[in-house]
Design a protein around this ligand. Structure first.
Ligand code: ADP
Ligand code: ZN
Ligand code: ZN
Length: 670
């Protein structure tokens, strides 16, 4: 710079205050030239008396009016961290939207987007490249061709599309073809999948098709590797980005298409602040950029289903399985009438497994993670041992003889007698993966059994190894939780057994039915992809419940129709919007007191269109030593709810020791 007068910069920091902070630009130390336009650069500053890193969001030649302190109080920033900006103007505008929509500090929003690595490192190259491993493109079916055409040439580019196709109907191929075509025009693509470790085959297909122009943002990358990929994207070296939720923020220049696979999946919603939904951000980005958004699933969320019915989403349908398979026959076993002692596997499921093994084909047994706690129970007084920090039952782990909490990790040795009444008549009920594993092994001593659940995985890449082994036919039976429900194609898989379908049905949550239906349909859809006689056996104590009976009849339309009616009657989304406030505190009465005080303020200040439900104890009334209470805001439109919540959380000091979680459009109310 010609003179020594330094500029002023606004810096956004990862602190819970919804503002930027003004600094003087770092001094020119002669070593590195100062950037001409420092917007988006990372910069090291002192905040209070600690060193921290922020992002430059504005530059001024003289002290900005927004600055609340005098010139003499403004500190010098220490130094710029990188030699290029990491935050783009587009991303900053998305962060501002998130801050306002999800009621979260701007710094938290910016930091949720950008990898935190200090220095970038490269990730090792892919082990195979384009056209290797026999991925040549497939000849599209007529249905697939129609969908591609409808999506790519729908007139107005900024439309939202939905590919509704039964499991195994070739949605991936449609996504890839659309991505390919957009890339041919020199534009970039973001391709979201639920959890990257769980959808290895889609990732494989993207890598095989796009080689090194693909960036894969998966959870096993270190922050520095993420930063490396971020820069490859900024430099246009990578043009298609595949990743889980946060890949929606990838800084792709000339973005041409956003794809959201398995749109219904709840992992697209962030569980910590800012509690954003990738679908919402996708919609925002696509309307800003005037480009299409393409979502797809065999089991759309209720919201998406309703929007399709209203014509707000353009619906494209795939009805046929293309790899030689047919939609499998589903049989339901009523466990109440099939008394089978201590066994988890009914006679029918048993004989199906037997004949599948005889045919030299494969079986998946699906256990719903949530319901499969094997927990301590007193037969005399009914006492159940719960975690002392959380309100959930402890799970018994046979191999180590310990009871464990799956929320906070607390563990203890199993008591010899009931801590409540002293009775010695104690035992374990419910059944865990380990329990089923031993039952399967004793019933089929010659079968090769593999497990895929979090408890049995110890090192990176182990899940992938087991899937590969199963795919190669190195096992007869795969036992797994939610992990086996997604995006997998196993050529020799004939039989799917859902060991207990009801377990997620009993959660005190208005989405329990929707989630249960989707889960059964998705797991069932793994069977018979490559031959016409695939088979599914669903075991349940409540076969008459809608979520189960419609799934068993493979009647998706029927289920949605009925569930939508129910939501309408009860006044839940998609007919209303919700905003959830959770008050948590380690001090016993504080959470409740804060929730009560908050709802009194809301009753007084919020406009009449905001309905206030609660305060009430959360179903999970304690997590990791924190007591939890909630207040729900409900209304036709989201804006008044957001305004009311903002006025509360930004206008009032919460009680001491109380933390408020804001969840706009919550996916669960636990
Ligand atoms: P979905 O995502 O809809 O569940 P997939 O995309 O996984 O289904 O496709 C299911 C199977 O069908 C895969 O094995 C895929 O290779 C195959 N497939 C897809 N499109 C075609 C096609 N046009 N011709 C032949 N096989 C296809
Ligand atoms: Zn007891
Ligand atoms: Zn716990």
């Amino acid at each position: 710079m010609s003179e020594n007068k330094s500029r002023y910069i606004d810096v956004v920091l990862n602190v819970p205050l919804n503002q930027a902070f003004t600094y003087r630009e770092p001094l020119d130390d002669g070593k590195k030239e100062l950037p001409k336009d420092p917007f988006g650069y990372r910069v090291e500053v002192k905040f209070g008396n600690r060193k921290t890193t922020g992002f430059v969001t504005a530059v001024y030649d003289s002290i900005p009016k927004s600055c609340s302190v005098g010139d003499d109080k403004i500190r010098n920033a220490v130094k710029y961290v990188d030699s290029e900006p990491l935050l783009t103007r587009e991303l900053l505008s998305i962060a501002s939207f998130m801050s306002s929509y999800y009621i979260a500090p701007i710094g938290e929003c910016v930091f949720a987007m950008i990898p935190s690595g200090k220095r970038e490192t490269e990730i090792p190259g892919f082990s195979f490249f384009q056209d290797e491993k026999g991925f040549e493109k497939k000849e599209l079916s007529d249905e697939q061709k129609n969908a591609v055409q409808g999506i790519l040439s729908s007139g107005a580019p900024s439309k939202f599309h939905y590919l509704y196709g039964t499991t195994g109907s070739g949605k991936t191929e449609v996504f890839l073809t659309c991505a390919d075509s957009v890339m041919q025009q020199g534009k970039g693509v973001i391709y979201l999948v639920p959890e990257i470790g769980l959808t290895p085959q889609v990732v494989e297909a993207v890598r095989a098709r796009f080689g090194n122009t693909a960036a894969v943002l998966h959870s096993e990358l270190t922050p520095s590797q993420r930063l490396g990929e971020w820069k490859r994207i900024l430099h246009k070296e990578a043009r298609v980005v595949i990743g889980a939720r946060s890949a929606i923020f990838a800084p792709v220049p000339d973005l041409g298409l956003v794809i959201i696979d398995e749109e219904h999946d709840s992992s697209y919603k962030s569980g910590s602040s800012p509690r954003y939904h990738a679908r919402q951000i996708g919609m925002l980005r696509c309307s800003h950029e005037n480009i299409p958004l393409l979502m797809g699933s065999a089991t759309p969320s209720m919201e998406a289903w309703h929007s399709m019915a209203e014509g707000k989403l353009i619906k494209h349908v795939l009805t046929r399985r293309l790899a030689g398979g047919a939609v499998p026959k589903i049989e339901c076993i009523n466990l109440s009438s099939e008394a089978n002692g201590e066994n988890c596997i009914s006679r029918k499921l048993n004989s199906e497994i037997e004949s599948t093994i005889k045919e030299n084909k494969q079986t998946i047994l699906f256990l719903n993670r949530r319901g499969f706690t094997h927990f301590f129970r007193c037969s005399s007084c009914g006492f159940e041992l719960k975690c002392r920090n959380c309100s959930v039952a402890l799970t018994y782990h046979k191999s180590e003889n310990r009871l464990r909490c799956h929320y906070c990790g607390y563990s203890t040795t199993p008591p010899q007698q009931c801590p409540e009444c002293g009775s010695l008549d104690i035992g374990y009920s419910g059944f865990g993966t380990e329990y089923i594993e031993s039952e399967v092994k004793s019933k089929f001593p010659n079968a090769r059994v593999l497990r895929a659940d979090t408890d049995s995985l110890h090192h990176k890449g182990e899940l992938q190894e087991r899937f590969d082994a199963f795919k190669k036919g190195e096992a007869d039976i795969l036992l797994g939780t939610q992990m086996v429900a997604k995006g997998l194609n196993f050529p020799k898989l004939k039989l799917v057994g859902v060991v207990l379908a009801d377990s997620s049905l009993h959660l005190p949550d208005f989405r329990a039915s929707e989630k249960t239906f989707a889960l059964i349909t998705q797991v069932a859809g793994r069977a018979g992809r490559f031959f016409p006689d695939g088979k599914v056996v669903v075991q349940s104590y409540n076969p008459e419940r809608d979520a189960i009976s419609f799934a068993v009849r493979n009647d998706t339309e029927g289920f949605y129709k009925k569930e939508i009616e129910m939501r309408k009657i009860l006044g839940f989304p998609p007919f209303t919007r919700l905003l959830r406030l959770v008050f948590r505190s380690a001090v016993p009465n504080s959470a409740q007191a804060a929730a009560e005080a908050a709802s009194r303020i809301l009753e007084k200040k919020a406009p009449p269109e905001v309905e206030i439900l609660g305060p009430a104890e959360c179903p999970l009334n304690m997590v990791a030593g924190n007591y939890r209470w909630q207040v729900l805001l409900r209304g036709k439109n989201i804006k008044p709810l957001q305004e009311a919540a903002k006025a509360l959380v930004w206008g009032y000091k919460p009680l001491k020791d109380v933390y408020i979680e804001v969840d706009v459009d919550p996916l669960n109310l636990m």
